[in-house]
Design a protein around this ligand. Structure first.
Ligand SMILES: [Zn+2]
Length: 229
């Protein structure tokens, strides 16, 4: 058999099998990395809606830590956040530094009060609690965890709250430099001018998407329930 004939016999006999096998074997792709964007201090009459708009444009779901006193003021915004498929967490009622409150006072005056407000609007009671300024006594943390709350801190803080010293660029660059797989990014959609955050957001999303990241809610990132049953 000439070399050319052998080649054709090989093609006729084995090519269909090779093709079939290549079609059946799953395509191997790198697993997607995950990031959770979190927005504190809402709802806010101006910036919460702007943040929602950007997230909607990119089909991104995030987590919003709401302040009870603002929930009372802007109930429709709370419903909007919930209806858009975002996750809602509790960020206390007064948003103060609660160093002088007992755990019981913190629970009754700040957390449960906010839980009720969120429940009345959404029918859900959040398990995620983010202490204002990230400050909580160890004893209160233990007490909340024993009641099945999840204390939600963060690992990336681009300091969007520091409006005197930051810029849209610094918020973007800090996040791009330090966020990694499973990062929780602290951003704000209330308590001040958040226009730099809103501007930075689309660049942050575009950058991490190009790096094979998926944006997820906190409950998805931590693989736990966002709300009490
Ligand atoms: Zn806050």
């Amino acid at each position: 058999m000439s070399i050319l004939r052998k080649f054709f016999v090989f093609i006729i006999l084995f090519l269909p099998v090779t093709l079939l096998l290549s079609c059946r074997s799953p395509r191997i792709t790198a697993p997607q990395k995950q990031i959770a964007l979190t927005f504190d201090d809402g709802p806010d009459s101006v910036y919460t809606e702007k943040v929602l708009k950007v997230l909607k444009r990119f089909h991104v779901h995030a987590t919003f830590f709401l302040i009870g006193s603002s929930v009372e003021k802007y109930p429709l915004l709370v419903k909007k956040v919930e209806a858009a498929g975002h996750c809602i967490g509790n960020h206390s009622y007064h948003h103060l530094n609660f160093w002088n409150l007992s755990c019981e006072q913190l629970m009754n005056n700040e957390i449960l009060r906010t839980q009720e407000l969120i429940f009345n609007l959404t029918g859900r009671k959040p398990r995620f609690y983010r202490p204002p300024y990230g400050y909580i006594l160890d004893s209160c943390q233990t007490s909340l965890q024993s009641r099945n709350y999840v204390i939600s801190e963060w690992d990336v803080d681009p300091r969007d709250w520091d409006i005197e010293h930051n810029s849209t660029k610094s918020i973007e660059e800090f996040t791009m430099k330090f966020a990694k797989d499973k990062s929780i990014v602290l951003l704000h959609c209330g308590s001040g001018d958040r226009s730099k955050t809103v501007k930075a957001l689309s660049h942050i999303i575009t950058y991490f998407r190009s790096e094979n990241y998926q944006f997820v809610r906190l409950d998805e990132l931590l693989n736990t329930n966002a709300y009490f049953p």
